[in-house]
Design a protein around this ligand. Sequence first.
Ligand code: ATP
Length: 362
Amino acid sequence: MSGIIELRNISKHFGSVIGIDHVDLSVEDGEFLTLLGPSGCGKSTLLRMIGGFEEPTTGSIFLSGQDVTDLPPQKRDVNMMFQDYALFPHMTVGQNIAYGLKMKGVGKADALQKAKAALELVGLPDKIDQMPHQMSGGQRQRIALARAIVREPKVLLLDEPLSALDANLREQMQVELKHIHDKLGITFIMVTHDQREALVMSDRVIVMERGRIAQDGSPQDLYEHPKTTYVANFIGTTNFMPARITARNGIETHLEIAGQSLLARYDRVPDTENIQIGIRPEKAHILDAESTTKSNVLVGRVAEHIYHGSSLRTTIKLTDGIEFHIDAMLPLGMARADVSGIGAEVRIGIEPENVFLFEREG
Ligand SMILES: Nc1ncnc2c1ncn2[C@@H]1O[C@H](COP(=O)(O)OP(=O)(O)OP(=O)(O)O)[C@@H](O)[C@H]1O
């Protein structure tokens, strides 16, 4: 057994509802691991079982090699930071942070010292005597974090830690939280439904689907090599198109899409003829009119341009009515009038490495 946390064949049933369905997971010491998925996929339930707030129906949980399946939260060397921060309103910031230490029997002076150090780490060294209601949302989030780390747990569990913050602050805190993780060197396990947040912050992401692990990998692996349409759809956006295999040669798959031929060089080749392809909108581009490239080109007509500020999304109708979206960064000063007009025929260039292959579902 190598991981700091080992989940073995964990299931959780709520009456007839299956919250978690036979999950095995090993978490490395010091990792920033994120459980990602849509509402109801089971990520909070899994986190709560690691924390001891929920008991698995079957299976075992090990922490540093010790079976903790039947131990209550306070007997586990993990700490949980909840979504609503749950600060005590009548206590000062310092008292809030030191509270857990006092419960553990740490002396007053020592607890204060540790609370100060934790506040320093989260960037609020001068707030120790203030009350929670005097703090902004972002500051309350940092205080909750200081309170969670002050007891120096081996593992910190974070359930949607940034969900109460507005978009700008949220982006800033994503990076800060990652830096704090790197400084502390302890294991973080975070739950989020925000795929961008998961990609930005994590060493490793577990994508969950109906109580099971859909895919487990680094952010880059999940983005560049999604195993299923579910993962490709949940992380980033993807153009999905039905395709027919015309020839196979190792990882090279020759395809026909909307009556046109395309080559895929993708290392996950489904073991079936019934496939569809996926191409990220930013991994395809409209070729210049002068371009003479002939291979791996799809031809279509421009249907729509949508301006996104830094980028432009162009919808192209392939010959038999299949739509294809392309996202292109807009060079300085370029407006939508500068790109091909509606109805114009354009050629889309696609690298074979950027064509995902999936088993066709349904
Ligand atoms: N206490 C409970 N009683 C009954 N069903 C529950 C309970 N807790 C969770 N469930 C069910 O288990 C499944 C997983 O729930 P869970 O809260 O873990 O999902 P989640 O991915 O964290 O979703 P969210 O992002 O909405 O919190 C859901 O179908 C949910 O309805």
